[in-house]
Design a protein around this ligand. Structure first.
Ligand code: ADP
Ligand code: ADP
Length: 232
């Protein structure tokens, strides 16, 4: 069974003459451990889709199942718990706490949730992201690429069902962006971590297992490593 299943997702912002159709019927299925890039121009609906996958907003129509759970059947309280436990978010800005060291930043979401830190898993994630010698550093003493790696480690530390990344390379130069993409790919393989990321950068997206192109709130094309470039 796919870990993420999206059925006929629609989102309309506003009402009447001000209504904006942001998503126009998106259906998508993602298997555990897949690394999917969603590409499209500005205004095509990428952020709206990512927000709906992570339970940050509610759709006008359609369903999202994560790990078998119909997330929009949940009330707000259950949805908050779902977001905290089952989704790891990575944003363009790293959102690290400046007064906490790298390790403390990484385990913060686990501690805020009152859960036990799985030290072995956290150390494996830290090692896999090349941060082992940085655990005592403060974010300000790290490069942008290193800070984004900390944010990725923080997202993976809770062993979420899905990691959702919103333009994770948006603030990085092209070489560092490629490095971050390769690391995301490695994380998806090593930890069988499902990752869905959005980007407007076509070249960056090529590292993913699959590219889903969105235009005007619809899936315009779908390509996988095997048949890249082919429509649907
Ligand atoms: P992308 O991430 O691809 O740039 P978005 O999902 O942000 O696209 O936007 C899709 C469409 O929905 C755009 O027309 C945008 O202006 C509109 N939109 C996004 N968020 C809102 C909102 N909160 N209220 C009204 N319209 C919105
Ligand atoms: P030391 O310098 O004492 O050898 P390391 O940097 O090797 O410490 O870290 C030892 C372990 O402690 C690692 O598993 C690391 O993930 C963890 N660790 C690092 N910083 C903290 C912290 N602030 N709180 C809890 N554990 C930490």
């Amino acid at each position: 069974m796919p870990i993420l299943q999206v059925e006929e997702l629609k989102k309309i912002y506003g009402q009447g003459t001000n209504a904006v159709k942001a998503l126009n019927g998106i259906s998508l299925s993602v298997d555990k451990g897949e690394f999917v890039a969603i590409v499209g121009t500005s205004g095509s609906g990428k952020s709206t889709l990512l927000h709906l996958l992570g339970g940050l907003d509610r759709p006008t129509e359609g369903k999202v199942h994560v790990d078998g759970n119909d997330i929009y059947a949940m009330n707000d309280e259950k949805m908050t718990i779902f977001r905290r436990r089952s989704v790891g978010f990575v944003f363009q800005s790293y959102n690290l706490i400046p007064i906490l060291n790298v390790y403390e930043n990484i385990v913060l979401p686990i501690e805020l949730d009152g859960a036990r830190v799985d030290r072995e898993h956290v150390d494996q994630v830290i090692g896999a992201l090349g941060l082992s010698d940085k655990v005592h550093h403060l974010p300000a003493n790290l490069s942008g690429g290193q800070q984004q790696r900390v944010a990725i480690a923080r997202a993976l530390a809770t062993k979420p069902s899905i990691v959702l990344a919103d333009e994770p390379t948006g603030n990085l130069d092209s070489k560092t962006s490629q490095e971050v993409m390769v690391l995301l790919k490695q994380m998806s393989e090593r930890f069988r971590q499902t990752i869905v990321m959005i980007t407007h950068n076509e070249e960056i997206a090529l590292t993913a297992d699959r590219i889903v192109r969105i235009e005007d709130g619809r899936i315009a094309s779908h390509s996988s490593r095997a048949g890249r470039g082919a429509g649907t």
